[in-house]
Design a protein around this ligand. Structure first.
Ligand code: MG
Length: 375
């Protein structure tokens, strides 16, 4: 492997872990973080959490688990080319969605509304809460005791109020500083992954059609190339070949533009990275093309009436569960029971956020369906 760039995060410049531990044997500190994430319960639950389509709608749709693995793959390719810390980007990518509620963004919005009087709910902050506190696997500490740089990468955004409570980790939001380049990569790899797999899943679901996407320049360009070169290719393979080329274009553009930014800025240390503007970026042209694709997906996929029906059902499940648990603490499993109202609200949010789609549906049925009692 090529030597790391001088401005990459390394074990030598890492700010380390909250609880000091012996150095790992035979693997790097960031490989240890990745391994802890993979062995966590929250990571396994990602398999049964919605990305856009509820897990039971079909076996081939992305879930939060396969999404996170795709993000890690894209992020590692970029990090390697830029001589940045691949193990760190992998750890951040695999952990970035650990705090997601069941039912994707509909679930997050519903839980945030329920939590309005209690400090709100934000899935990004929840991912940090999972790795810092909620995972109970180690004898010596709560959470996974990850390195500062992994935790920094997980926390993509944060309000000033929350940042003020996070100590060293929140500082950059208050003082307008940047996270590592590795964190910046994981952030954009997330965007590349979901824009492209949502095209693929959207077409597979039948909610959008490939020909509609010909109005989106980023898709159109590759679609025309594929159709011209392979006129008899079955439609499903046209989709894959088009999406494959789109990912390649985005990754190559990101690498080229970031290299330009880094050399123009003259970065030489990790401190330079934190004080510089965002360096990992697409070219202006590709930003425009991605925006057009996002707008298309918003209008035609995320707001499709069939997706909206699912979202509306999901919101009801979450707000019903929240309300009943707040009303009667005895219905909660004992580890989540709290007596004061604000503490109870946070524990209920942790409990609900930890649920998979199907667990939330089952829990709702167990509590509200009369026939469950009679059966
Ligand atoms: Mg994501």
């Amino acid at each position: 492997m090529a030597e790391l760039a001088p401005y990459a995060v390394s074990e030598a410049n890492s700010r380390g872990r909250n609880m000091a531990e012996e150095a790992p044997c035979g693997r790097s500190e960031f490989q240890r973080d990745r391994d802890r994430i993979i062995h966590s319960g929250a990571f396994r639950r990602l398999e049964y959490k919605t990305q856009v389509f509820v897990n039971h709608e079909g076996d081939l749709f992305r879930t939060r688990l396969t999404h996170s693995i795709e993000v890690a793959q894209i992020a590692r390719s970029i990090a390697r080319r830029l001589r940045l810390n691949e193990d760190l980007v992998e750890a951040i990518s695999l952990a970035h969605d650990l705090g997601h509620t069941p039912f994707g963004h509909a679930g997050q919005d519903a839980l945030n509304t329920c939590m309005k009087e209690y400090g709100g709910f934000e899935h990004n902050l929840q991912s940090l809460r999972v790795v810092d506190l909620l995972e109970e696997r180690y004898a010596a500490f709560d959470g996974l005791n990850l390195c500062f740089e992994t935790r920094e990468g997980i926390l993509k955004h944060c309000s000033a109020t929350n940042a003020a409570k996070l100590g060293e980790l929140g500082e950059r939001f208050l003082h307008n500083r940047r996270p590592s380049l590795e964190a910046q990569i994981a952030n954009l790899a997330d965007e590349i992954a979901y824009n492209n797999h949502d095209v693929d899943d959207g077409i597979r679901s039948g909610l959008i059609e490939l020909d509609q996407l010909a109005a989106v320049p980023l898709v159109a360009r590759h679609l025309h190339e594929v159709r011209a070169a392979y006129p008899d290719l079955p439609e499903r393979r046209v989709v894959h070949e088009t999406v494959r080329r789109m990912i390649n274009t985005l990754v190559s553009d990101l690498i080229r533009q970031s290299e330009r930014n880094i050399s123009a800025q003259g970065l030489s240390t990790i401190e330079d990275v934190r004080n510089a503007p965002v360096m990992i970026a697409f070219s202006a042209e590709v930003i425009e093309q991605q925006r057009a694709l996002k707008n298309f997906l918003h209008t035609h996929l995320y707001r499709h009436y069939r997706v909206m029906r699912m979202s509306s059902k999901a919101q009801r499940i979450i707000s019903d569960l929240f309300a009943i648990f707040m009303q009667d603490v005895r219905l909660l499993p004992p580890p989540f029971q709290r007596q004061t109202e604000p503490e109870r609200a946070r524990a209920v949010a942790d409990y609900i956020a930890g649920m998979t789609d199907r667990y939330a549906i089952r829990e709702h049925r167990r509590i509200f369906a009369v026939e469950e009692v009679l059966a």
